[in-house]
Design a protein around this ligand. Sequence first.
Ligand SMILES: C[S@@+](CC[C@H](N)C(=O)[O-])C[C@H]1O[C@@H](n2cnc3c(N)ncnc32)[C@H](O)[C@@H]1O
Length: 467
Amino acid sequence: MAKQWKKYLLWFAQEHIDFRIAEIESLISLFKIEMRYAHKPQLEPYWIVEFSSEGDAKLLTTRSVSLRNCVELWGHETSTAALHTNLREKCEMFAPYFNPNKTFKIEVETFGRHFTQKEKVDKLETFDYLPIKGNVKLTDPDLCLQYIEYYGTRASCPPLLPYEVFFGRCVAYGLRQLMKKLSLKTRKFIGNTSMDPQLSLLMANQAKVKNGDIILDPFVGSGSLLVAAAEFGAYVYGSDIDYLMLHGKTKPSRIRQEKRAKDESIRANMKQYNLEHKYLDVLIHDFATIFWKDCMEFDAIITDPPYGIRESTEKIGTEKDSFTVSEEHLSTHYPAKIEYGIPSIYRDLIIFSAKHLKIGGRLVCWFPLLREDYNEKALPSHPCLKLLANGEQVLSKVTSRRLLTFEKTRHPVKEELNLDNIAIQDFREKYFEIREETRKERRLKEAATRKENWEKYARSKNSVEGR
Ligand SMILES: C[S@@+](CC[C@H](N)C(=O)[O-])C[C@H]1O[C@@H](n2cnc3c(N)ncnc32)[C@H](O)[C@@H]1O
């Protein structure tokens, strides 16, 4: 039998727009979902797509962070009048949903223009011709219908009438609730650079994490990326050079917290979310040194390496020539550290991933850069890793970080594990140069303003005294 394709509206949260396509395409590939685009996705908060099975629509939506919900489209027009005419004509088609024993609600949503609750209720009442027979139930009804008016993305000067209107049956909701559950505000153990749940879950989705996978974060910090991967069923490992961090002994990151609680740790976070059974371990480990056996393979590596701005980029080592520790000091010796520059970190990460990922496994990581320096050639690369996605999160006027998703396509040959020619820019060095220049400029500007104010004051004083 030929497949029956139906139209659906994918309704997105208007955040992290640059990562939408990568997330949705990763999930489509993970679940082997068949989805057709009815029009090419643009910057609007909605896509119109087609699925041949509602199960696919549900599978995709319930795993997505970017999606708010998915609606089976019963009507889509450029005016409310046309929508009502169309719905009145097609009403009978939807009769199977209008069961007297089923509860329902109609949600009214407007994008790009604010309406009061009263105005929304008035809009809702314009659908009173629909032969819905059940009782209204606002929480968890059997049938949820949704009416959306779209006024464009220029919220400061929206048009009087909507550009597009949509009506349909809501089939599934995205993961916005899970983001609340995993909020850093209520998490037991956090650090200064803990990744927020939305981005952590998004990274896990781009890594195509599935039940039973083994995942590693080699710059684990407070373990936020492990929480997200474990939520999707993965077993998780982490490692970090910072002993105090992994033992929950660093200064507290919450403003009003004076001392860390005794039991703050990544394991405690896992316990908090009932994920302890997914926690394999965390290791105190310098990523610049070899720890894992050659044969160890991961389904995905998900990580946010240090940029050297809010945390140091260091590895174990010394600048001194032929340095040895005497036998008597060996047991209490605390190794010295040297600079671990961004080019070396990413070179190590990319080679490690080429070696330790399964074929088809993914590396998902952030890469910081100065926006003016960006071009695809400035990104880390490896012959065994295919770059699949590369979205930008703007951090300031001049800096951003890019969320890179690589997939391993083949095992490396020996020479590919020692590539010296991977050219990666040193963001940190340039960042501090620019910051110094900006500060200098600001100091000069402030001095000039002070001088100007003083001269103004002196002139006004002279003119008063001269009267
Ligand atoms: C941006 S933070 C990661 C934050 C983490 N995603 C979280 O949610 O808490 C980078 C981490 O890399 C660690 N790090 C720095 N140099 C390292 C090295 N040589 N080996 C392993 N970890 C290192 C730092 O201690 C820091 O915890």
